[in-house]
Write a protein that binds this ligand. Structure first.
Ligand code: CR1
Length: 817
């Protein structure tokens, strides 16, 4: 496919005029003074209009083809910025550059005016956004459904070395991308009670009485596929009070009281919970989950009824994907609608549910499997608790029939844990779905063998795997223009929608001229990142050093601490021997810690402390620099990842479900240093063992090591460099005025058994870093390995992933041209 020709209705000639008109009519302003935000907004509205036209055409084609659709339900989406993504996907880049230039701006500067839509925490939300891009590109009829939070993930500032959080009021200046659909408001109920009654035919039925109501307003964000011909949308719900404020209270002088109920209702979509692990027991979170689910099912059913067929055909028309357990209350809600409102029989309704839902699990951390106290759930959603209890009762009869007399098994599998009286949402999701998938091969194996073996035995074939993927449009074409141009010049543009075509680059790894161009592209990106770091932190970094990067949420299992131990060890070696034969390095680390996660915040402080010390030491300055990048987010990732040469993916094996950053780095030609965890294993198989630096315990070895009672003290005693590094951190070498600052980290390690096995993998990690240094000192060999990484990443396209979902889980055919 050649570069998509701009369809007529892009009307690029009129773009400049359109921008001026929108600045006038929407912003109520003229073009002077020439303020970049104003021009960005004008351009955004001009793009938006073109998108809406194409979206209308796509929706019409859905109705014409009567095709089955998928609804991707997710509490999080992490799209980042939209402008450049729209422009690239619609093939309007040249026209927009010209229009911006005619107005006296560079397109890149205008793009910098946009704030990220940070409606997600990390991998799970970003994956959802990559899947939206691929569904639109691959013409899989479907929609994303989520919540339009007023406040996205907090902004991270670093103050005196510590993380501070600032609210992210991302729509303060409006957002041109959000289209409010005021005409489709739905009512969502909470609280009240379940009431039994007898209908005119004498049948016992239930209804939800005395409930509070909140209004859900749909807001659409459009998602163009590559080539721009197919445009779909995410529908995000915003909460609005059903009553406004109480005029009676207001008239009696109680101004605040008059606002109370409005505030209580609108709180639902106020803020994203800033944890990347489930939040249990928080009533507001449960209300958010049900709010998403109730409004979405209303919308799905409205659309289904409009298109004609009855409920028996519902699963032939509708697939619902539950992105983690967060929207799992949908199983009970669909049962409630079918049984209480549409008056279907239980068995019929249940068969429809199971054929409709599928569930993706994203984590095996034991503390992360979501449960709700039955009392709380019953108070907020009284009828749903009854329905869940009935699903559970019938399910346990099934279990008892398969394993008579095995009460222990029934207790372990029960949806409502009889001991704790908590509702296990994963169990509800498994029982209520026809497919359950993990997100990388190892992860799916662990789900089947370790986390849910008895469910797997009960439902053979229900558990499956879809290894995650990333969109090559945002993560290579758009984020890395230098490399994209080079690739397209050699193999043509088709790789953007058929990533396997990158394999055509493989022979070029042997071509010295191509390697030279490849290095030049990387260097351009490193310079771009250096400028960015200078702008953001005032710190200069040298593009002629090895860029070693770890960016992701801060979490003990991701082991940023192991990275720090390597840095401290390298620092010690350089101080002892300033002529050590290693390449000069810049270590960049970025990531947000959940505001309540003590240890993760301490580790950020450790990184900033080590950075202060190392960067101030004249003896090593030119050989080692350490930078903590504040406020890691999608738009920052787009600058960091293309510039990286070494990608750190060093989680304790068995703990990172997949990872997707790992894929973005390798696609951009970084070499991975990593453990055999998550998708790293499949990346290793794809790029070849000799083009990746693998170290450390395997998942099985981790399990065995823990089972045998691991003793970190012995390991430390046997390793002088490790002991030295830990001692420096523990004694306050990096924070002389507060020597005990890092005692809690060391306690965790040395007194509490080092659960994440940092000390166990330390030596292997250092040896892998020695191999990194040796290869980097041979630029031709390093470049060849870099090319082989990119060339072999075809499998990790999210196009492949969504097509697997469509075929194996959703039973949906992509639409034709
Ligand atoms: C996992 O930790 C995975 C993403 C997307 C995360 C990460 O390994 O790549 O999901 N899980 O599948 C998560 O956020 C709440 O769980």
């Amino acid at each position: 496919m050649a570069k998509p020709a701009a369809p007529d209705f892009h009307q690029l000639e009129s773009l400049g005029e359109d921008i001026k008109r929108y600045v006038l009519s929407i912003l109520g302003n003229d073009l002077y003074p020439p303020d970049p935000f104003r021009y960005y907004s004008g351009l955004a509205y001009a793009i938006r209009e073109r998108l809406i036209r194409m979206w209308l055409a796509t929706q019409a084609s859905y109705y014409d083809s009567m095709s089955k659709r998928v609804y991707y339900l997710s509490m999080e989406f992490l799209p980042g910025r939209f402008l450049m993504n729209y422009i690239t996907n619609m093939g309007m880049e040249d026209g927009c550059r010209q229009a911006a230039a005619d107005l006296g701006f560079s397109l890149d500067d205008l793009a910098e005016e946009e704030r990220d839509a940070g409606l997600g925490n990390g991998g799970l939300g970003r994956l959802a956004s990559c899947y939206m891009d691929s569904m639109a590109t691959q013409r899989i009829p479907g929609y994303g459904y989520g919540i339009l939070y007023d406040y996205g993930l907090f902004h991270q500032r670093i103050v005196n070395g510590w993380q501070e959080e600032e609210a992210d009021n991302w729509r303060r200046h409006g957002s041109p991308w959000v289209i409010d659909r005021v005409e489709h408001l739905y009512e969502v109920k909470f609280y009240g009670r379940s009431e039994a009654y007898t209908d005119p035919q004498g049948v016992l039925r239930y209804r939800w009485a005395e409930a509070d109501t909140v209004m859900a307003m749909p807001c659409d964000i459009l998602i163009p596929g590559h080539g721009g011909k197919h445009v779909t949308n995410m529908r995000l719900w915003a909460a609005a009070s059903s009553t406004g404020f109480s005029l009676r209270d207001f008239n009696q002088g109680d101004f605040l009281g008059a606002m109370q109920s409005k505030i209580h209702s609108e709180n639902i979509s106020k803020v994203l919970y800033p944890n990347d692990e489930p939040i249990q027991g928080k009533e507001l979170r449960l209300r958010q989950q049900y709010f998403l689910v109730a409004a979405t099912l209303r919308d799905i059913i409205r659309r289904h009824k409009k298109s004609g067929p009855g409920f028996d055909e519902f699963p032939d028309q509708v697939a619902i994907q539950l992105n983690d357990t967060h929207p799992t209350i949908a199983v009970a809600e669909l049962m409630r609608i079918l049984v209480d409102e549409e008056f279907l029989g239980w068995d019929e309704a249940w068969a429809i549910c199971r054929r409709t839902f599928a569930y993706t699990n994203h984590t095996v951390l034991p503390e992360a499997l979501e449960t709700w106290p039955a009392d709380l759930l019953g108070r907020v959603l009284p009828r749903h608790l009854e329905i869940i209890a009935e699903i559970d009762r019938r399910f346990l009869l099934e279990v008892a029939a398969a394993h008579p007399g095995d009460q222990g098994r029934q207790n372990r599998l029960a949806i409502i844990d009889p001991a704790s009286r908590r509702v296990r949402m994963a169990h509800l999701a498994i029982v209520g779905s026809h497919k359950v998938n993990g997100v990388a091969r190892l992860h799916s194996d662990i789900l089947r063998e370790k986390v849910f073996p008895e469910f797997d035995a009960l439902y053979p074939g229900k558990f499956t795997n879809v290894t995650n993927g990333i969109t090559p449009r945002r993560w290579l074409l758009q984020a890395n223009p230098a490399l994209s141009r080079l690739i397209t010049a050699r193999i043509g543009p088709d790789w953007t929608t058929d990533l396997d075509r990158l394999a055509e680059l493989l022979p070029l790894a042997e071509d010295p001229d191509f390697r030279k161009d490849w290095r030049a592209a990387k260097r351009e990106n490193k310079k771009r990142l250096a400028r960015y770091v200078l702008r953001k932190s005032g710190m200069g970094i040298n593009p002629d050093t090895l860029f070693d990067v770890q960016v992701k949420r801060m979490h003990e299992y991701k082991r940023q601490f192991l990275n720090v131990l390597h840095v401290v060890t390298l620092y010690n070696r350089l101080r002892r021997d300033p002529h050590l034969a290693v390449p000069p390095r810049t270590v960049l680390i970025g990531g947000k810690a959940a505001p309540g996660y003590f240890m993760a915040k301490r580790i950020i402080r450790l990184i900033t402390a080590v950075a202060e010390t190392v960067n101030a030491d004249d003896a090593v300055r030119s050989r080692l620099r350490v930078v903590f990048l504040p406020n890691y987010c999608v738009s920052q990732a787009e600058k960091v990842i293309p510039a990286a040469e070494l990608s750190q993916q060093i989680s304790t094996a068995g703990m990172e479900a997949s990872g997707t950053g790992n894929m973005k780095f390798a696609l951009n030609g970084a070499l991975t240093i990593g453990t055999l965890d998550g998708a790293n294993i499949e990346i290793m198989e794809a790029v070849g063992r000799e083009n990746i630096f693998i170290f450390g315990l395997t998942a099985k070895e981790v399990e065995a090591t823990r089972a045998a009672g691991y003793d970190p003290g012995r390991r430390v005693a046997a390793d002088a460099e490790l002991a030295e590094a830990l001692d420096m951190i523990g004694r306050g070498y990096f924070t002389p005025s507060e020597p005990d600052l890092f005692a809690p980290i060391l306690d965790n390690l040395l007194r509490h058994g080092d659960y994440y096995l940092v000390t166990a993998d330390y030596r292997a990690c250092l040896e892998a870093q020695d191999a990194v240094n040796a290869l980097y000192l041979d630029p031709e060999a390093w470049t060849a390995a870099s090319i082989r990484n990119t060339a072999n990443m075809g499998f990790f396209s999210s196009d492949r992933a969504v097509l697997e979902y469509a075929k194996n889980i959703w039973n949906i055919e992509p639409l034709g041209e």
